[in-house]
Design a protein around this ligand. Structure first.
Ligand SMILES: [Mg+2]
Length: 338
């Protein structure tokens, strides 16, 4: 087995580029010079985001590695561009790797990363590798384009807007918790959708672009910390509150089953820390039909799970009898570690 220390830096870079050729639309000059040259589309703003993954914290050997890790890093960044309704274009990759890292694993990583980006028309245009002694890490910076003034933002939700979410929030966090709690037993069939949501998320880029076409989205955020935490971000940015109708939430048998096994409530899984990379949206009632139709064309479900209120900062659960209580579940805080 060839390791990075056997191959040397320049052979490693050559092999990575061979695994997934760089370049694409708007790339005047790709990897190989001192900097890449990119040509933005006239009339577009650039949306730029970056995400870092650290070994032991963002991935677990045996569960997420190689191709799946590369794809997951790409999806985390793609999701941030989806939250802005930007079209992904160019990526810069940096990594800190140990000399004993197998070269073939790096090629798999690159294939996963480049494949996930290419699915949305984006490509790696440059990068940098460095040697580390301890934990390995990756950092991806992704640049996208969005027509001037058309980007979704966190600010913009208004009282009365529908609170809308894509997919099945909570599944990714449930998958991670099952892997920690059960080890190999988490691989059983009943948990497969939850493990998949955690290990192989799919950023909602095409859904976001379709929704942007309706001009009906007032505010958006992607679910990278968890439903309650990211909802709090939307409410803070818009100086509004939100009430969630738990009864209206679409049924999720796999999640309910996992909650029983983990000894927690389904609500705790849905509201708590979970990097689902789904979209959380504020949509004025008049714009809902157009958004539902656009999502239907994309084959992705949108669910109305509540509404925004004129009680800034208040996140509440609304019962069918009209009673309210504070919404459970906080988002993930990297420094607080909870
Ligand atoms: Mg985000």
């Amino acid at each position: 087995m060839t390791r990075l220390s056997d191959a040397g830096e320049f052979e490693v870079i050559r092999r990575m580029l061979a695994a997934a050729p760089a370049g694409g639309p708007g790339v005047v000059l790709g990897p190989g010079d001192d900097a890449a040259l990119l040509r933005p589309v006239p009339g577009e703003d650039l949306a730029v985001t970056t995400d870092a993954f650290v070994e032991g914290r963002h991935w677990r050997p045996g569960w997420i590695e190689g191709e799946a890790l590369g794809a997951r890093l790409a999806e985390a960044n793609l999701s941030d561009l989806a939250a802005m309704a930007a079209r992904p274009r160019w990526a810069l990759l940096s990594g800190g790797l140990r000399g004993d890292h197998p070269l073939a694993d790096l090629e798999s990583f690159q294939r996963g990363l480049a494949g996930a980006l290419a699915a949305h028309g984006a490509a790696v245009v440059g990068g940098n590798l460095t040697a580390v002694e301890g934990a390995e890490w990756w950092s991806l910076t992704l640049i996208g384009g969005v027509s001037e003034g058309r980007a979704f933002r966190r600010a913009g939700a208004r009282p009365g807007d529908a609170l809308v979410v894509s997919g099945r929030p909570g599944r990714a966090g449930a998958g991670l918790r099952l892997a920690i709690a059960l080890g190999e037993r988490a691989r059983e069939e009943a948990f497969a959708p939850l493990l998949a949501a955690w290990r192989a998320p799919r950023a909602r880029v095409s859904l976001a672009l379709a929704l942007a076409g309706t001009h009906a989205v007032g505010a958006a955020v992607d679910l990278s910390d968890g439903f309650a935490g990211d909802l709090a971000h939307l409410c803070e940015a818009g100086a509004v509150g939100a009430e969630v109708e738990l009864e209206r939430w679409p049924a999720d048998e796999a999640l309910t089953h996992a909650a029983g096994v983990l000894g927690v409530t389904a609500e705790a899984l849905r509201m708590g820390p979970s990097d689902d990379y789904e979209l959380l949206l504020a949509i004025a009632p008049a714009g809902l039909p157009a958004c539902m139709e656009a999502a239907g064309r994309e084959g992705l479900p949108l669910a109305v799970v509540g509404r925004f209120t004129d009680r800034p900062g208040a996140l509440e659960a609304l019962a069918p009898d009209g009673s309210r209580r504070p919404l459970g579940g906080a988002g993930w805080d990297h420094f607080a570690g909870r």
